[in-house]
Design a protein around this ligand. Structure first.
Ligand SMILES: Nc1ncnc2c1ncn2[C@@H]1O[C@H](COP(=O)(O)OP(=O)(O)OP(=O)(O)O)[C@@H](O)[C@H]1O
Ligand SMILES: [Mg+2]
Length: 237
C-alpha cells in the first residue's frame, strides 16, 4: 500500500438550497439537501436526468456556491470563505473524477497522474513515488509512458482515478465516472475506484444512474426533482 494515505474527514451538507434565475423566473434546483458522509464512507447519489445530481456535486466540490445552506468539509464551514480560500480547501481535501476522462493529451499517463502535484508546493520525491505507485494500483504501471490516445477508455479512466487520488484527498467526488464505458468495464473501473479509495481511507461520493454501481457503495442517496432523501429501501436487508 502507498505510504501516503488520506486524512480522515467528514462531509456535512446542511439544508442546501440552490436557486437560479431564468427568463421564466427563479428556478429552484435543490430544495434543502442535508446529509453527512462519515470518514471513509462511500455513498452513491442517484436520480433521473435533470434531478440535480451534478448541481449538488458541484456545490459539495466548492465549484458552485449554494444559494442557502452550508457545506462543512473537514470541520470547515465553507459558505463564508473567499473564492481563494475555497480553492485552497478544494485542492487540499477533494479529488474529482468526471465522465470524460479529461486527461491532458500531450502528457504521458505518469505525467497526467503527477499533474496535480505541480499545482501545489514543490513536488517531493516521495510524492513522485506515490504517483508511480498509484498508477501501479490501478493496474497501469506498464503503461506509464503511454499517451492517452494509446489507452482504451477504461484505461484512461483508471489514469483519471489515479490522478484524482494523487494528493491524497479525504473525499473523492465522482460524477458518472463510468458513464462513457461499457457496462462490464464500467463496473470494473468502479470496483477499482472503491478499492483504492477504501485502502487509502478516502470517502467517496459517486453520482451514477447504474444500480449495480450504486450497490457497490455503502449507501444510496436519491434525488427527485431537487429533493434529496436516503434510499431506505435500498438499505433494507
Ligand atoms: N445555471 C442554470 N440555469 C438554469 N437551469 C439550470 C442551471 N444549471 C442547471 N440547470 C437545470 O437544473 C436541472 C438539474 O441539473 P443537473 O445538471 O444538476 O442535473 P443532473 O441530475 O446532473 O442530470 P444528468 O443526469 O442529466 O447529468 C436541469 O434541469 C438543468 O437543466
Ligand atoms: Mg449530471
Amino acid at each position: 500500500m502507498t505510504a501516503t494515505t488520506a486524512t480522515l474527514q467528514t462531509l456535512h451538507v446542511d439544508d442546501v438550497h440552490h436557486v437560479v434565475p431564468t427568463v421564466q423566473g427563479d428556478l429552484t434546483l435543490l430544495h434543502g439537501a442535508s446529509f453527512t458522509i462519515a470518514a471513509g464512507e462511500t455513498a452513491a447519489i442517484m436520480g433521473r436526468s435533470g434531478s440535480g445530481k451534478t448541481t449538488l456535486l458541484s456545490i459539495v466540490g466548492l465549484m458552485l456556491r449554494a444559494t442557502r445552506g452550508e457545506v462543512v468539509i473537514a470541520g470547515q464551514p465553507t459558505s463564508r470563505l473567499s473564492d481563494a480560500e475555497r480553492a485552497r480547501l478544494r485542492n487540499q481535501t477533494l479529488g474529482f473524477v468526471f465522465q470524460g476522462y479529461s486527461l491532458v493529451p500531450h502528457l504521458t499517463a505518469a505525467e497526467n497522474v503527477a499533474l496535480p502535484l505541480s499545482y501545489g508546493p514543490a513536488v517531493s520525491s516521495a510524492e513522485r513515488r506515490a504517483a508511480a505507485q498509484l498508477l501501479e494500483m490501478v493496474g497501469l504501471g506498464h503503461a506509464a509512458r503511454r499517451y492517452p490516445r494509446h489507452l482504451s477508455g477504461g484505461e484512461q479512466q483508471r489514469v483519471a482515478i489515479a490522478r484524482a487520488l494523487v494528493r491524497s484527498p479525504g473525499l473523492l467526488l465522482a460524477d458518472e465516472p463510468t458513464g462513457a464505458l461499457d457496462v462490464a468495464t464500467g463496473e470494473a473501473v468502479l470496483d477499482l475506484l472503491l478499492d483504492v479509495a477504501r485502502a487509502r481511507g478516502t470517502s467517496v461520493l459517486v453520482v451514477t444512474h447504474d444500480e449495480a454501481v450504486a450497490a457497490r457503495t455503502g449507501r444510496r442517496l436519491l434525488i427527485v426533482e431537487g429533493r434529496l432523501s436516503e434510499d431506505q429501501a435500498a438499505c433494507a436487508p
